[in-house]
Design a protein around this ligand. Structure first.
Ligand SMILES: [Zn+2]
Length: 187
């Protein structure tokens, strides 16, 4: 458990040496867009570099798989805040090839939970409360379909202004190459 200590030590030096100065910007996105993408480690620096996006340029939302689970969940709320309060005029959903959420094995993950101390009764209680844990954990089978589905949920959201284009793309996590799935200007 030394990761936190290392971060705090580094951070003290970072601030003391004013390394933050080169990142100085405002909270409004220069490129007036909000991007929803995956939390995949390979995309951390690659995605912004491959898109010529720098600190201050965009609003970035991340989760496992770049998916929207619920039209009134926190991802959609963040998108609406970006659009209405923070001058984002376009929305981009960027999934990626070889995504861990593609074919995520819910059964296997539940077994891991049990091995790490989650009790069978707990899982049963959740089930009796009307929550299908397996369904909740499950990823997607085709990333193209998942991106298209997220775009559809955002584009058809009753609270999204009609003139906001919603694009769907896929990124290669090795080369950074983008493939267009949905061109929001044509929808
Ligand atoms: Zn992913």
């Amino acid at each position: 458990m030394k990761a936190l200590g290392e971060i705090l030590t580094f951070n003290e030096k970072f601030v003391a040496e004013k390394k933050y100065e080169e990142f100085s910007t405002s909270k409004l996105p220069n490129k007036r867009m909000v991007i929803l993408t995956c939390m995949d480690t390979r995309l951390l620096e690659l995605l912004p570099r491959a898109m010529n996006v720098r600190n201050g340029d965009i609003k970035l939302i991340k989760n496992g798989g770049a998916v929207i689970n619920h039209p009134f969940g926190s991802v959609m709320r963040s998108i609406l805040v970006a659009v209405y309060q923070l001058h984002a005029d376009e929305v981009l959903v960027i999934g990626h090839y070889d995504c861990g959420m593609g074919g995520l094995k819910a059964d296997e993950m539940i077994e891991n939970m049990k091995e790490r101390g989650v009790k069978e009764e707990t899982l049963e209680t959740i089930e009796y409360s009307g929550i299908d844990v397996k369904k909740w954990l499950r990823g997607f089978s085709k990333v193209e379909d998942s991106v298209a589905n997220s775009v559809k949920i955002i584009k058809n959201h009753p609270l999204l202004p009609e003139n906001v284009p919603v694009h769907g793309l896929l990124i290669n996590p090795e080369t950074g190459k983008l493939d267009l799935v949905i061109n929001g200007y044509e929808e």
